[in-house]
Design a protein around this ligand. Structure first.
Ligand code: GAR
Length: 191
């Protein structure tokens, strides 16, 4: 058995895909952390009965907010932190503390298009090979060790929306699989 915390800022479709995948296993999402009031991901967590914590980066300095987050991660004895559309940069203090214990998904073939709006930027650049990257988080922006990349070829006629849908379908398939596999490994070593 292993426990994760998911950090998400918005829609939460990846959160939901992971929550569904872990249902009926020994692993569990111990809590959702969200930095946006009213984000759709909060509703999704409630549907699964998963506790939600919110933090407000506008009210305190980043370091203070991170101390609050570390408090939660420690209190709940979290094995793995899973970023799923988490749009806040984590400081090196945080990422070093949880080295190889923070996972992220990025909707592009890193090292290309780190940062925000990656799908749109890769689409508009005319790249014919697009894809997703699942990686451990280090102190850089989208630079940590890569665990899995999956790509596809486009024919050039797709709309941006179609490309986005394709990428999200890939995310929902592969991210839960990678999370589950890592949790199985952690679960084995916890026993
Ligand atoms: C996903 O496409 C994820 O790859 C991206 O945000 C989206 C969240 O969707 N993350 C980043 O761009 C991180 N740099 P969701 O809220 O529906 O899971």
């Amino acid at each position: 058995m292993a426990k994760i915390a998911v950090f998400a800022s918005g829609n939460g479709s990846n959160f939901e895909a992971i929550a569904s995948k872990l249902q009926g296993t020994l692993h569990r999402i111990e809590f959702l952390l969200c930095n946006k009031r009213g984000a759709r991901v909060i509703e999704r967590a409630k549907k699964f009965g998963i506790p939600v914590y919110t933090v407000d980066y506008r009210k305190a300095e980043r370091e203070k907010v991170e101390e609050e987050i570390i408090g939660l991660v420690e209190k709940h004895r979290i094995d793995l932190i899973v970023l799923a559309g988490w749009m806040k940069i984590l400081t090196p203090h945080f990422t070093e503390r949880y080295r190889k214990r923070i996972l992220n998904i990025h909707p592009a073939l890193l090292p290309k298009y780190p940062g925000t709006n990656a799908i749109e930027r890769s689409y508009r650049a005319g790249d014919m090979e697009l894809g997703i990257t699942i990686h451990f988080v280090d102190s850089g922006v989208d630079t940590g060790p890569i665990i899995l990349q999956k790509s596809f070829q486009r024919n050039g006629k797709e709309t941006l929306t179609e490309v986005e849908e394709h990428i999200h379908r890939m995310e929902h398939l592969y991210y839960p699989e990678v999370v589950k596999k890592l949790l199985d490994d952690i679960g084995d070593s916890n026993e």
